[in-house]
Design a protein around this ligand. Structure first.
Ligand code: MRU
Length: 356
């Protein structure tokens, strides 16, 4: 059994830095990036140096901690609360789809307000309290990942062929991932299976990141082009599809990397189970269904270039939505840290999330 990578970590105390694996450079180079201020963190999220819904949330949680480091001598606790607020507001403009980002920023904002409202709180005390909250978000994410794996491993049978899309692994979280956590836990049980990783155009998170991560963990992985998935199903190579999610509406509609919707239809047509693995922080119960989920549009150059090579004529029109929405009826089960929601719908989701 190989090793599971660590996508991000906080180094030091309130004067510390956030260390990220720079995912833009994988798999060619495995290098880390030290993030020292909120502007750099915003850029790291926008340019996908750190990516994946839970990892974006955890990274952003450290934003207010970095922001307070920049306060001038003589600043007050109220200045600290204001600084934390503006860091959260700025980071919230980085990417629109993954709700984990807003969930984590909201939690940080509330913590700063609550601690800052006590008349005895010093600026140093406020700084310590928000660092502790960011670390708690980090630790909880690690634990959520492990629990998702434990709840989901039973779906990965001995000898199975498993298709995954994008990267929902350790690189996308603070822990051992969501969809890939299920695979890591099945591996720990001694099961053998074969993973097919969609390359995941346009930014190749499947080919670059999932394949890299699964090789580190010594899991049998084969990369395919996105347009091959249906044929592999037809050939009988795929027994289960498992992906992560960026935001799940109250009715179970789930946004994930563009291409996931098509896979869900292919899986349904071939009667193959389709699983989503995601922590409770990925659910947005304020949103009734998938039509209300904001879907990020990204720069067209991601589609018309491969690295520095132009792959389409100059001036051509490009449409580049980064995510799509899989309707709940195409999802066999959602695997969360609290348990598995089979045939997800409003009542099953609210039952598990509100009452456990
Ligand atoms: O654009 P990305 O790479 O951030 O997209 C990531 C995904 O779509 C993941 O599947 C999702 O965030 C779940 S990660 C556990």
């Amino acid at each position: 059994m190989g090793s599971i990578v660590q996508a991000l970590k906080w180094i030091g105390g309130t004067d510390g830095v956030l260390e990220l694996i720079d995912q833009r450079r994988l798999p060619r180079e495995s290098v880390t990036l030290l993030v020292r201020d909120v502007e750099q963190l915003h850029e790291a999220i926008c340019t996908l140096a750190v990516r994946g819904a839970p990892a974006i949330g955890v990274a952003a949680a450290f934003g207010p901690v970095l922001a307070l480091q920049k306060l001038a001598d003589g600043a007050t606790t109220l200045d600290g609360v204001r600084q934390a607020h503006s860091a959260c507001a700025f980071l919230a403009t980085s990417r629109p789809t993954a709700v984990n980002l807003f969930w984590a920023l909201d939690r940080m904002r509330r913590k700063a307000e609550k601690v800052g409202s006590h008349p005895q709180t010093t600026l140093g005390g406020l700084h310590e309290a928000i660092l502790a909250e960011a670390k708690a978000i980090y630790r909880e994410d690690v634990e959520m990942c492990r629990q998702i794996g434990r709840h989901g491993e039973k779906f990965i049978h001995e000898g199975a062929g498993v298709l995954t899309h994008c990267n929902a692994g350790a690189l996308a979280t603070a822990g051992q991932g969501t969809a890939l956590s299920v695979l890591f836990e099945a591996q720990k049980k001694g099961r053998h299976f074969k993973v097919y990783a969609d390359e995941t155009r346009p930014l190749l998170q499947g080919a670059r990141l999932t394949a890299w991560e699964l090789r580190q963990a010594e899991i049998d992985v084969t990369v395919i082009c996105d347009n091959m998935a249906g044929w592999l199903m037809r050939e009988g190579r795929i027994d289960a599809v498992i992906t992560g999610a960026d935001r799940i509406a109250a009715n179970g509609d789930a946004a994930n990397k563009i291409g996931t919707y098509s896979l869900s239809i292919l899986a349904r047509h071939h009667a193959i189970p389709f699983y989503i693995a995601a922590p409770s922080s990925t659910f947005d119960l304020n949103i009734a269904n998938g039509a209300e989920i904001p879907l990020e549009q990204r720069n067209g150059e991601e589609v018309t270039r491969l690295g520095s090579v132009e792959t389409a004529p100059a001036g051509v029109g490009v449409y580049n939505p980064a995510f799509d929405v899989t309707p709940a009826e195409n999802i066999t089960a959602i695997i969360t840290e609290r348990g598995v929601i089979e045939k997800p719908d409003n009542s099953r989701i609210s039952h598990l999330l509100r009452e456990s």
